[in-house]
Design a protein around this ligand. Sequence first.
Ligand code: TXA
Ligand code: MG
Length: 322
Amino acid sequence: MAKTQTLNPDSQSISRAAELLSAKRLVAFPTETVYGLGGDARADQAVAAIYAAKGRPSFNPLIVHLPDTAAAQRYVHWSAQAQALADAFWPGPLTLVLPLKAGHGLSHLVTAGLPTVAIRVPAHPLARQLLQAFGGPVAAPSANPSGRISPTTAAHVLAGLDGKIAAVLDGGPCEVGLESTIVALDPHPQLLRPGGATGAALAQVLGLAAPGLVTDAPSPGAQPENITAPGQLLSHYAPGALVRLNATAPHPGEVMLGFGAVDGALNLSAAGDLSEAAANLFDYLHRLDQPGVAGIAVAPVPDHGVGLAINDRLRRAAAPRP
Ligand code: TXA
Ligand code: MG
């Protein structure tokens, strides 16, 4: 394929990106969480191309991106709990897994044959403009090769997928920096992946005692055949270099990724701010993951609030590789 085109964030580029999607081509675009690799969710050809570009196993289903709640209701059986969460968190970093409606029209490749689908209404203005301009459901996993660090800049997208996709819409760095929180609602609320919206905030909206939402917390060792969210793949978000957690100083050959008072070559947040750390996490892993670096030693990150999602990603980055 020809070189991937970088589109600047203007109205002409949004139209161009929407045209490419209509032609069943792939376009990476910014969301507030990470960059997504978008394709027409109704077109087998486009969805198959997403799996191929990422080298993603086809048993791992995709999130469908929509402009608003009304659009979401066309594809899934809606509920009072879905409405409460949508009111509180959409547009934003929350993905809802709900039962598919008959005649939904989505490619069966999007759902990997499941009776449910994951849907999300992103908040990023460029994502919203693109969804409006395209006028249909956009399937979009994170725009990185499968199993590697998620992209939070257009440069990260190109580093992994240049030449494999038609275009990337450059919207600068992502504000949240971690993927969306994924919640299944049927038969009961279940946190499938911690993320930008915290479990405590979700529990509060649902009137459940925090952390009561997490009725079946995914275990890091879950096997692929039990997968309901990507976070359950043990080795995920992996840089080339080995990752060592809860480090206070680097070993020989390692570079140090700091947090708070534990400093390093880069510091996720010198002030100890977890949102700042989340926004920096993938970018700093990308930056430290250089040829010749044997390992990345990571300072302890507190395990509360969005720190839970940060530590989830770090554990997977540190897990033994397949
Ligand atoms: O923030 C995000 O969620 C980003 C942006 C681009 O929206 N997307 C993202 O997609 O992280 P991805 O593919 O890397 O992770 C989404 C995961 C899938 O891997 C899958 O395991 C889970 O969502 N998922 C999708 N459909 C599901 C379903 N029906 N039931 C349970 N989990 C599902
Ligand atoms: Mg991903």
